[in-house]
Design a protein around this ligand. Structure first.
Ligand SMILES: NC(=O)c1ccc[n+]([C@@H]2O[C@H](COP(=O)([O-])OP(=O)(O)OC[C@H]3O[C@@H](n4cnc5c(N)ncnc54)[C@H](OP(=O)(O)O)[C@@H]3O)[C@@H](O)[C@H]2O)c1
Length: 298
């Protein structure tokens, strides 16, 4: 998200300061002349204050799908503690605007996973910020794009397993949204007053089950696919086992997030959607072959 958004903001004439824990991870942004990369302790209010000084807008994209620590400690640190430090730095520097990245189903009380609960807690901090801060919160469904960890991860797993894939929560529903559409929503939020103090739910044009996403990925990558759904008890065990593997390809917390469909709530629901920003989102099947299709041999 960060890379996609940075490129779009620079194209629209914005100057950026990117705060990161490791500047090397922002290498691809260095050729952009109006981007400064600041490496430091992102939990330090002093560091954040130095990054925000003189800025018109703060954008919080920090998020973790897997985090160390007991009782959600790693999630709470990245989502809640970081947002609290950012809000403190915003208050000290007088930055008037904040765009906050959240996730569909974020809910401090009812979220099924630590990921969703702590994203909800971070939203509450933002919503309760002093009235002089003008905020917008974005809640996307799963995000896809050429560098995503959705289709690319499934393509790798299909390659390694010869197409045999036991799936947790195979019938969980998503509305995958393209990274460019999410970035565009952020950019448009900066150019109009209507997004002030609003929470946007961002969904792509199609609702797909996890199994359908895997099948689409396989078709686009030209691979065979024999995906089947696991009963919940086995899926839970899969989460327990896989969270011990290097890189945590799947975890119990991911399993718990999958217990709630990641889809928008539709017309009549209080949260506006991507259409209200004038964006017509692109579908996953239309685009996935662009980065998944096998390269023809010469
Ligand atoms: N990808 C999706 O499907 C999806 C769906 C809904 C919502 N979101 C949200 O969208 C945002 C961007 O997602 P993404 O897919 O672009 O994720 P990403 O590539 O993993 O980027 C997340 C950023 O968070 C920072 N970060 C990670 N762990 C951290 C930690 N422990 N402490 C402080 N900072 C940390 C990293 O910054 P540095 O490494 O530069 O320090 C990283 O660049 C996240 O908030 C995510 O929750 C993503």
């Amino acid at each position: 998200m960060g890379r996609e958004l940075a490129v779009r903001l620079v194209r629209r004439g914005h100057q950026l300061r990117v705060a990161t824990r490791a500047a090397a991870r922002a290498d691809e942004l260095l050729p952009l002349s109006s981007v400064e990369v600041h490496e430091g302790d992102v939990y330090s209010v002093d560091f954040l204050r130095s990054c925000l000084d003189g800025c018109d807008v703060a954008i919080n994209l920090v998020g973790v799908l897997n985090a160390p620590g007991l009782a959600g400690a790693g999630f709470r640190r990245a989502h809640v503690q970081f947002t609290a430090a950012l809000l403190a730095a915003i208050a000290e520097t007088g930055v008037p605007r904040l765009l906050q990245m959240s996730a569909l189903n974020a809910d401090a009380q009812r979220g099924r996973s630590y990921y969703l609960r702590t994203k909800g807690e971070a939203e509450e901090l933002v919503r309760n910020a002093p009235a002089r801060l003008d905020w917008t919160i974005f809640r996307p469904s799963v995000i896809f794009g050429s560098d995503d960890s959705l289709t690319n991860r499934f393509a790798t797993l299909l390659r390694l397993s010869g197409g045999w894939l036991p799936l947790a929560r195979a019938h969980a529903r998503f509305a995958p949204i393209h990274v460019g559409d999410v970035a565009e929503a952020f950019v448009r939020a900066l150019s109009g007053g209507a997004t002030s103090r609003q929470i946007y739910e961002l969904c792509g044009p199609q609702v797909l089950t996890l199994e359908q996403i895997v099948q689409l990925t396989a078709a686009a990558a030209g691979r065979s696919c024999h995906a089947w759904g696991l009963p919940d008890a086995l899926a839970w065990l899969q989460g327990l086992a896989m969270q011990c593997l290097p890189g945590k390809p799947f975890s119990l917390d991911n399993y718990r997030s999958l217990l709630t469909d990641s889809v928008c709530h539709g017309a009549g629901h209080e949260a506006p959607g991507i259409g209200t920003l004038g964006i017509e989102p692109i579908s996953l099947p239309a685009l996935a072959p662009q980065w998944l299709a096998p390269v023809p041999r010469r």
